[in-house]
Design a protein around this ligand. Structure first.
Ligand SMILES: NC(=O)c1ccc[n+]([C@@H]2O[C@H](COP(=O)([O-])OP(=O)(O)OC[C@H]3O[C@@H](n4cnc5c(N)ncnc54)[C@H](O)[C@@H]3O)[C@@H](O)[C@H]2O)c1
Length: 381
C-alpha cells in the first residue's frame, strides 16, 4: 500500500525538488546520489519504493509547481530534462495542494481544517498513512509558554482561543492528533514541546526533527569530534553563510534568523562538549539564487599551546542537498510507523541539526545508531 507525503510549504524550492525528484526516481531517470536510504547497509530493510509515495501538501501561495520547477531548472538545481519527464506528476501533485494556515485564523479551526485535508488525501489515494513533513519558511522564535508544557494545559488554551502555537506546531498537532507522523525539517517550534510529545504518545504515533543538517552544520558534526578525539582545543569557530532563494529571503528577517542561529549553535556546543566563541552570520544575497556559500574559520591550539587555523569553504545547492534527506526521512518514518515506533525518533538524529529525543551530535555515532535501528526494525503484520 502506498504512503502519503504531505509537504507543508509544498510550493517552496525544497518541496518542489522533492516532488520532482521522487517522480524522476520512480521513472529511473535520476541518480540516487545523496539518498542515505540507498546505501547497501539498508539493502534488506523494507522501505517504501519511490513509486509508492504520493505527494500532496499545504502552502500559502498559489504559484504552480510547474513554474517553480522551471525556475529551479533555470537556477541549475534540476536537470533540463526534468520538466518534460515530470509534467503530468507535477500537475497531479498541484491538484493535491490545499491552502495552508494563514495569519489570524482560530487555532482549533485550523487544526480541524488541516485534519480534514489530511484525511481526504488519505482516502482519495488509498494510503496506508500520511507523513506530514514541514518544509515551510522558518518561523520567528516563539517564547516558551506554560501551555507548551502539558497537553492538558495546551488544550485548555486552544479551547479558550488563545494564540499559543505558531503554524508549524498547529500542523504538528493536527497530524499527531489524527495518528499521522510529523517531521520538522525546519528550526521552527513544530513538535518540539512537551505537550505535543504527550499527544504523540497518547495517539501512539512517531515524530522527528528538527532542522535538516545539510551544509555547514553537517561539516561541524564531523569536524567537532575530530578536534575532541585528537585533544585539540578549539578556541573559536566563526562562520559566515551567504544564501539566496526563498529561504535566504526569509532568514534575512532578524527574528527568523535567530531561530536558525540557535539550532546551529546548539549542535557545535554539544559536539565539542564545551562553550566556544562561535559567531555565525547569515546574509541574503539575491543573486545567489538557490545556492549557498558557507565559510568557516576554526582556530585551535595543539601541543604546547601552538595556535593553528582551519578554514573551509562549502558551496552547495541547498535544495539538492536537502531533498534526498526529506525522501530518506519519509522512507524511514514509514518503516518506524509500520513497526509500531512511538514518540521522538532519536535514531534519525543523523538528519538533523537539533535532534529531538536524543543528544548525540557526532555524525559517525549518529550514523551507527541509524543503521542499527533501521536494520533491527520488524514491520508489524
Ligand atoms: N534547503 C536546505 O538545505 C534546508 C536545510 C535545513 C532546513 N531547511 C528549511 O526548509 C525550509 C524550506 O526551505 P526552502 O528553501 O524550500 O524555502 P522556500 O522559501 O523556497 O519555501 C518555503 C515555502 O513555505 C511556504 N509557507 C510559508 N508559510 C507557510 C504556512 N504557514 N503554511 C504552509 N506553507 C507556508 C512558502 O509560501 C514557500 O512556498 C526552510 O524553513 C529552511 O530553513 C532547508
Amino acid at each position: 500500500m502506498a504512503v502519503g507525503l504531505w509537504l507543508v510549504g509544498a510550493r517552496g524550492s525544497l518541496a518542489t525538488t522533492v516532488t520532482t525528484g521522487l517522480s524522476l526516481l520512480s521513472q529511473h531517470a535520476a541518480s540516487s546520489h545523496g539518498l542515505v536510504s540507498e546505501l547497501p547497509v539498508f539493502g534488506d530493510v523494507e522501505l517504501p519504493g519511490y513509486d509508492e509515495i504520493v505527494v500532496g501538501g499545504h502552502d500559502v501561495v498559489d504559484v504552480s509547481l510547474r513554474k517553480r520547477a522551471e525556475s529551479l531548472v533555470s537556477g541549475g538545481v534540476l536537470p533540463q530534462t526534468a520538466l518534460a519527464l515530470t509534467d503530468s506528476t507535477l500537475g497531479e501533485a498541484d491538484g493535491r495542494i490545499r491552502f495552508g494556515i494563514g495569519d489570524g485564523e482560530n487555532a482549533r479551526q485550523s487544526i480541524t481544517r488541516v485534519q480534514r485535508d489530511l484525511e481526504e488525501f488519505r482516502q482519495a489515494n488509498n494510503l496506508e498513512t500520511v507523513i506530514v513533513v514541514n518544509v515551510s519558511s522558518t518561523e520567528a522564535v516563539v517564547e516558551p509558554h506554560l501551555a507548551h508544557d502539558s497537553l492538558q494545559a495546551l488544550d485548555v488554551a486552544l479551547d479558550a482561543g488563545e494564540a499559543v502555537l505558531p503554524p508549524s506546531s498547529l500542523y504538528a498537532y493536527a497530524a499527531l492528533d489524527a495518528g499521522f507522523p510529523f517531521v520538522d525539517f525546519t528550526p521552527s517550534l513544530g513538535a518540539s514541546i512537551a505537550a505535543l510529545d504527550q499527544l504523540a504518545r497518547a495517539r501512539r504515533v512517531a515524530y522527528a526533527g528538527r532542522d535538516g543538517k545539510t551544509g555547514e552544520t553537517l561539516l561541524k558534526a564531523v569536524l567537532a569530534p575530530m578536534f575532541v578525539q585528537r585533544n585539540l582545543r578549539v578556541t573559536s569557530w566563526a562562520g559566515l553563510n551567504l544564501l539566496g532563494g526563498g529561504d535566504g529571503r526569509s532568514l534575512a528577517e532578524d527574528d527568523r534568523k535567530s531561530a536558525k542561529l540557535t539550532s546551529k549553535a546548539r549542535s557545535l556546543r554539544e559536539g565539542l562538549g564545551y562553550e566556544v566563541d562561535a559567531p555565525v552570520g547569515i546574509e541574503y544575497v539575491e543573486d545567489m539564487n538557490e545556492w549557498k556559500t558557507a565559510w568557516n574559520q576554526v582556530r585551535f591550539q595543539g601541543f604546547l599551546g601552538t595556535p593553528m587555523t582551519l578554514q573551509l569553504t562549502w558551496q552547495g545547492c541547498d535544495s539538492a542537498l536537502a531533498a534526498p534527506l526529506v525522501i530518506d526521512l519519509v522512507r524511514f518514518v514509514a518503516l518506524a510507523q509500520r513497526s509500531g515506533e512511538v514518540g521522538a525518533l532519536d535514531a534519525l538524529a543523523f538528519f538533523f541539526k537539533d535532534p529531538l529525543g536524543g543528544d548525540e551530535h557526532g555524525l559517525v555515532r549518529q550514523f551507527d545508531r541509524l543503521t542499527e535501528w533501521a536494520t533491527a526494525l520488524e514491520p508489524l503484520t
